[in-house]
Design a protein around this ligand. Structure first.
Ligand SMILES: C[S@@+](CC[C@H](N)C(=O)[O-])C[C@H]1O[C@@H](n2cnc3c(N)ncnc32)[C@H](O)[C@@H]1O
Length: 203
């Protein structure tokens, strides 16, 4: 959907933006350089970069989403919000230790499991020591969906594409450990979602 300025607009991203911002205000309080993976419409980036001006927010996504993200970046006029990098987690390299924070929202259930693993590899590489990774979305825990609606969502994702699906938080913890990160916190968010936070180990 397009808004009045022809920027892509997601009602869902509009609704979950404020609670996400509350968590990042706390988690990224001591950070300076953020990489966002899978910026989508660019809405989260524009909102967070405006509210947390001490962060230099680097958007990224597959090339097909760059037009929309650029529209949000240009319209914002924010100096701390950067136009999108071409970042397909399956094929791209990002310079090592170049960020102290990474954010990604609603990506892990859309990407294939192979891509999710690669995302954790990229995050582990791109973060400086004690850097922070915040991942928003629905998760399974202890093998269970947290609500019947998330179980139904998983089934609908699988029918769209068998490679999609709600991931087990314990598997994500394992991928994080493989790349020198450990889970520090798990926030319960509205609409049956969570934000999981992993910290990169000290060297
Ligand atoms: C459901 S959208 C979420 C968009 C936005 N983060 C949000 O929360 O509104 C999933 C995003 O994951 C991105 N994505 C999917 N596969 C990817 C990959 N291999 N590498 C990087 N991004 C990918 C898509 O392009 C899309 O922007």
């Amino acid at each position: 959907m397009l808004d009045m300025t022809d920027k892509p607009f997601s009602e869902y991203a509009e609704r979950n933006g404020a609670p996400i911002l509350d968590v990042l205000r706390n988690e990224f309080a001591n950070c300076t350089k953020v990489l966002e993976i899978g910026s989508g419409t660019g809405q989260h980036a524009a909102r967070i970069a405006k509210e947390l001006p001490f962060l230099r927010w680097q958007t990224s996504d597959l090339d097909e989403n760059h037009g929309g993200i650029r529209a949000w970046v240009n319209d914002s006029g924010l100096a701390n919000l950067l136009p999108p990098l071409s970042l397909d987690v399956l094929t791209s390299d990002v310079p090592a230790a170049s960020c102290d924070a990474v954010f990604s929202s609603n990506t892990a259930h859309i990407m294939s499991i192979e891509a999710v693993q690669k995302m954790f590899e990229i995050v582990g590489n791109v973060l400086t020591e004690r850097g922070v990774f915040c991942l928003y979305g629905p998760f399974r825990q202890g093998g269970e969906f947290n609500t019947p609606s998330n179980a139904a969502f998983h089934t609908s994702l699988r029918s769209r594409n068998p490679e999609m699906g709600i991931r087990h938080l314990e598997s994500l913890d394992e991928y994080a450990r493989d790349h020198n990160m450990a889970r520090a916190r798990l926030y319960t968010m509205p609409a049956n979602n969570h934000i999981a936070v992993w910290n990169k180990d000290a060297a």
